[in-house]
Design a protein around this ligand. Structure first.
Ligand code: ADE
Ligand code: ZN
Length: 339
């Protein structure tokens, strides 16, 4: 019989909570720093990795935004995106919904066009050479104003053919969803998929507020929903997906350790939870490591893994037909390993 690690590695899965800027491995950061003549706060990759000790979300974001300084040309965004898609495909990720944060680049004088052209070229190439499909979700930085968010939203409209959704990320504390009510209204009018980070550091009330004011299709993280039984019942009844990122939650001290994580309890409630890597270059693992570390610490069994992989596709924005094809593939995979 295969080990649970092999079972996790082989199962077809989608990853739907992944910040492309969070896939900037220290080695690539150093290479791009040299290529572009950008000096970094870290002399080498090893020192950078050692410095990735975070006390909370903000302490991570400070480093994460600083590191984006090495991303200058279309080629840089291509290299970054292709490296992630190659890694994801090697872990049997068949579909990825990728966040990008254009404001963290346009605010440094990089054009929207440079960012999106580089990312899209990698997406197209990976689709034909690595058998992985991708959708792009443009995130708005919530620590900036809605006015600035609307400016980038207007820019994005020119590239609508390449952008499937609009998301909301960055510092949850002090930046409530109400701040972005108009922007999300426009996103709905334009027919975008909508998602928002909520209940990562924020409470269950932050999730409730996000659903009531922004009417998003998915909640990113959402782990604090478990504080409110009424909210949990509604999330279960409506099967609103919660894109959980176990290693991120531990590294950013949302939970003291993986053993304290509530992923298994969420699954048991019947919530549509998925497992994702968030910012894998900073949190010590890609999607398979997230499944495996959670499985080991929380004693997840094969059925839990199957459920999580199924959820990853049902929670995605793939068409019903494509979802069914992947669900059938998971069924075949699971039966072949039970024999
Ligand atoms: N941007 C990148 N990673 C993030 C996270 N975990 N929470 C909020 N914003 C982010
Ligand atoms: Zn995130």
């Amino acid at each position: 019989m295969n080990s649970l690690a092999d079972f996790i590695a082989g199962i077809p899965k989608a990853e739907i909570h992944l910040h492309i800027e969070g896939t900037l491995e220290p080695e690539l950061m150093v290479t791009l720093g040299k290529r572009n003549g950008v000096s970094l706060p870290f002399p080498d990759a090893e020192t950078a990795r050692k410095a990735y000790n975070f006390s909370d979300l903000q302490s991570f974001l400070d480093i994460y935004y600083q590191a984006t300084a090495v991303l200058i040309t279309e080629e840089d965004f291509y290299d970054l995106t292709f490296a992630y898609l190659k890694k994801a495909a090697s872990q049997n990720v068949r579909h990825a919904e990728i966040f990008f944060d254009p404001q963290s680049h346009t605010n440094r004088g990089i054009t929207f066009e440079t960012v999106i052209r580089g990312i899209e070229r990698a997406v197209v190439e990976a689709h034909s050479t690595l058998n992985i499909s991708t959708k792009l979700i443009m995130c708005v930085l919530r620590h900036l104003s809605e006015k600035e968010g609307l400016k980038i939203f207007d820019k994005a409209l020119a590239w609508k053919q390449w952008i499937a959704g609009i998301g909301l990320d960055s510092s949850e504390r002090g930046n409530p969803p109400e701040k972005f009510r108009n922007l999300f209204e426009r996103a709905h009018e334009e027919g975008f998929l909508t998602v928002a980070h909520a209940g990562e550091e924020g409470s269950a009330a932050s999730i409730r507020n996000t659903l009531d004011t922004l009417h998003v299709n998915r909640i990113d993280h959402g782990v604090h929903c478990m504080e409110d039984d009424t909210l949990v019942a509604e999330l279960v009844q409506k099967q609103i997906p919660l894109t959980v990122c176990p290693l991120s939650n531990v590294r950013l001290k949302v939970f003291e350790s993986m053993k304290q994580h509530n992923l298994k309890a969420m699954l048991k409630k019947g919530l549509c939870v998925t497992v994702n890597s968030d910012d894998p270059a900073y949190f010590g693992g890609y999607v398979n490591e997230n499944y495996l570390e959670a499985a080991n610490a929380l004693h997840l069994n094969r059925n839990d893994i199957i459920q999580l992989a199924q959820n990853s596709f049902t929670a995605s924005s793939l068409s019903t037909v494509h979802k069914q094809l992947y669900l059938d593939e998971i069924d075949r995979y699971a039966s072949s390993r039970n024999a």
